[in-house]
Design a binder for this molecule. Structure first.
Ligand code: SF4
Ligand code: SF4
Ligand code: SF4
Length: 196
């Protein structure tokens, strides 16, 4: 093999390796909301309006961001401040008469046998319908102390996200809460990264 051919082969191999590494790195770094910085989930941010820029700034029509309930942290409360509008009138069952979510995206399902005498003995699973949720953040703002346990946060859903080079939400976010994080290889599309 001539010296020129050898050099061409070496350069081609190096270039392919570089492209592979760039692609690999690109595929492993994704945008995610840092819940400890998002105004909706930040402890101490109470009495202010929920920030809905994750909904309006995303380039995807219904946004790539969703509210995600981490069940292991959820109190499964009878009166959930993220499910009910707790400022609304109480109905005949002693529950707030209005729901909080403007898109009716949260379902309430009883867990186990219900005690009709004492509602405090009854527990519920709160499931977010990701086809309806647009990540407006209202439920997130309510699911934190003193009434909630902080189990609901906003998270970028990777099966919806276009992984833009510069996330449009990161440009607008008042708390600089969008960050690029490595995507664990085990993560499947649609799964959320654990809260960081
Ligand atoms: S733009 Fe920032 S502060 Fe507003 S909801 Fe999104 S992550 Fe939270
Ligand atoms: S983020 Fe908004 S749309 Fe989604 S479940 Fe919460 S209140 Fe409903
Ligand atoms: S990277 Fe693009 S598609 Fe993904 S959340 Fe940001 S703006 Fe939306």
């Amino acid at each position: 093999m001539s010296r020129n051919v050898t050099r061409r082969v070496a350069v081609t191999a190096l270039a392919s390796g570089a492209v592979f590494l760039i692609r690999k790195a690109h595929g492993q770094v994704v945008w995610q909301v840092n819940a400890s910085r998002c105004v909706n989930s930040r402890l101490g941010e109470v009495g202010v309006e929920a920030c809905n820029l994750c909904t309006s700034s995303c380039v995807v029509a219904l946004s790539a961001v969703r509210a995600v309930n981490e069940y292991s942290k959820c109190g499964r409360c009878n009166i959930c401040p993220a499910y009910f509008n707790i400022a609304s009138a109480v109905d005949e069952k002693g529950l707030p008469s209005e729901k909080l979510c403007p898109r009716d995206a949260i379902a309430r399902k009883p867990i186990g046998k219900q005690d009709p005498e004492d509602p405090a003995n009854n527990f519920y699973e709160y499931v977010i319908d990701e086809e309806k949720c647009d990540g407006c953040g209202r439920c997130v703002m309510k699911c934190k102390e003193p009434l909630g346990l902080g189990s609901i946060t906003l998270q970028v859903r990777y099966n919806r996200c276009l992984n833009c080079n510069r996330c449009a939400i990161s440009t607008d976010c008042p708390k600089d809460a969008l960050e690029q994080v490595p995507l664990p290889e085990a993560l499947k599309p649609g799964e959320a990264r654990p809260t960081v």
